[in-house]
Write a protein of this length. Structure first.
Length: 371
C-alpha cells in the first residue's frame, strides 16, 4: 500500500507555531522570512528558529542560462567560468588586492560619482611598449606614442626643436632689457634694475608714472595735448608740486589757457590741474617771471610797469627816477635827460647858453640883446 509523507506547511510567509527538532516545514507565501523556503527544526529543538535548507525561492534564482547575467537571480558562470556582464551599484568598485604576503591593501576601480549617461570604455587589442592610452571621445581607447620633440618659435628667427628628456630649453633675456631666473621649477621673466630700450617705446595706457629723480630727453621738442587736434578744449603746459608751509600742497606751472589762448604762469593753486587749470581755484595766483624780454612789438595792457630801474632814453625812457616839483626835463648831454629844479624860493627864467650847449634856471640877466 502506498505511503504519503507530508511535512508541515503554511500558506503565509512565517513558520508554524512549533517546529520540533528535525521537523520539516514549508511556507508557500512570497517574501518574508520563510516565504517560498523549506526549513528544518533547529538542533536545539523546542521551537527555536528553524534552519532554512531550500525552497523555490532559491531554485527560482537558478532558472537562467549559465554565463548570462539575469536580474534578481544568482550568478551562474558558463563552462569557461565567465558571465556576460556584472554591475556594481551605489558607486561600488572592484577591489584588486595585493599579494597576501605583502599585506591587505587593494586597488579599487569605480565609476565617477555622477554621470550624464552610460559610458563604455573599450580597451585596445594589445599593449604597446612605451606608449600611453588615449581616447577618441567615444570611449574607444588606443595606444599612442609619447611626444619627445618640442617645437619652439619666436617673433623672429627660425623654429627650433627640443628633445624632451635630453635637451635643455633655455629662456635667455637680452642685456639691459630682459632678465630671467629659474628656481623651484619656476622661470621668472622680468626687467633688470636698469633697462635700456634700443627701439621705440609706445605706452597706450591712460596714466604713465615716472619716479626717476633725473630724466634726460634728447628730443628737442616735446609734443603735448596730441589728442587736441579736433578742438581747443585742453589747456597745454606743465606743473609741479610744492609745499612751502608744511601743511598745504600747492601747484605751480606754465600753461596755455584754451579759453583765451594766452600763456600764463601760476602758483599757489591748491588743487592739481587736470585737462584744464582752474584759474578760480583756491589759492590760484599769478607767478613772477624773472627774465630778459625781447620782441619787435610789445603791447602792455590792463596794468602798470613797476619795479624796474631808470629806463634809458634810447629805450624810450628819461633815465631819471624822480623829478622835483617845479622842475623841467632838459637834455644837457646827448641822449641824457636832466631834471632842472627851479629852486622854489626865487623867480627865475630858463636860459640856454649856446657856448656850453646847456639849459639852466637863472634870475640874473646882465647883458645882451633880448627881443
Amino acid at each position: 500500500m502506498a505511503q504519503t509523507i507530508q511535512i508541515k506547511r503554511s500558506t503565509g510567509v512565517g513558520k508554524p507555531s512549533a517546529v520540533a527538532q528535525g521537523e520539516l516545514f514549508y511556507a508557500y507565501g512570497n517574501n518574508g522570512t520563510y516565504g517560498k523556503r523549506l526549513a528544518i527544526g533547529n538542533v536545539s529543538g523546542g521551537g527555536n528558529t528553524p534552519e532554512i535548507i531550500g525552497g523555490s525561492y532559491f531554485m527560482d534564482m537558478l532558472d537562467h542560462t549559465p554565463g548570462t547575467l539575469t536580474a534578481s537571480s544568482a550568478i551562474l558562470t558558463d563552462s569557461d567560468n565567465r558571465v556576460d556582464g556584472i554591475g556594481l551599484k551605489n558607486h561600488g568598485g572592484v577591489k584588486l588586492h595585493e599579494l597576501t604576503a605583502n599585506g591587505t591593501s587593494s586597488t579599487t576601480i569605480r565609476s565617477a560619482a555622477a554621470l550624464a549617461s552610460n559610458i563604455v570604455y573599450t580597451l585596445p587589442a594589445a599593449p604597446v611598449n612605451g606608449q600611453f592610452l588615449t581616447t577618441n571621445g567615444s570611449g574607444d581607447l588606443a595606444w599612442n606614442s609619447v611626444g619627445t620633440v618640442l617645437t619652439i618659435g619666436a617673433d623672429s628667427g627660425s623654429n627650433d626643436t627640443v628633445i624632451v628628456g635630453t635637451d635643455t630649453l633655455t629662456f635667455e633675456g637680452t642685456t639691459n632689457e630682459v632678465e630671467t631666473t629659474v628656481s623651484n621649477n619656476k622661470i621668472t621673466i622680468g626687467l633688470p634694475t636698469n633697462v635700456t630700450i634700443s627701439g621705440n617705446l609706445t605706452v597706450s595706457g591712460t596714466t604713465t608714472t615716472v619716479s626717476s629723480t633725473t630724466v634726460n630727453v634728447a628730443d628737442s621738442m616735446l609734443a603735448l595735448a596730441t589728442g587736441n587736434n579736433s578742438s581747443d578744449a585742453l589747456d597745454i603746459g606743465f606743473y609741479g608740486l610744492y609745499d612751502d608751509s608744511g601743511s598745504q600742497d600747492e601747484y605751480t606751472g606754465l600753461f596755455r589757457d584754451a579759453t583765451d589762448q594766452k600763456w600764463r604762469l601760476f602758483n599757489n593753486l591748491q588743487v592739481a590741474p587736470t585737462t584744464t587749470v582752474n584759474t578760480a581755484g583756491a589759492g590760484y595766483g599769478i607767478a613772477t617771471l624773472v627774465a630778459n624780454l625781447e620782441s619787435g612789438a610789445v603791447a602792455i595792457t590792463g596794468g602798470s610797469i613797476t619795479g624796474i630801474t631808470d629806463l634809458a632814453v634810447a629805450d624810450g625812457g628819461t633815465g631819471i627816477s624822480s623829478v622835483p616839483a617845479g622842475s623841467i626835463i632838459a637834455a644837457n648831454t646827448a641822449n641824457t635827460f636832466t631834471a632842472l629844479d627851479g629852486g622854489g624860493g626865487t623867480d627865475k627864467v630858463l636860459l640856454y647858453t649856446a657856448s656850453s650847449d646847456q639849459v639852466s634856471w637863472t634870475n640874473a640877466l646882465d647883458g645882451g640883446t633880448y627881443t
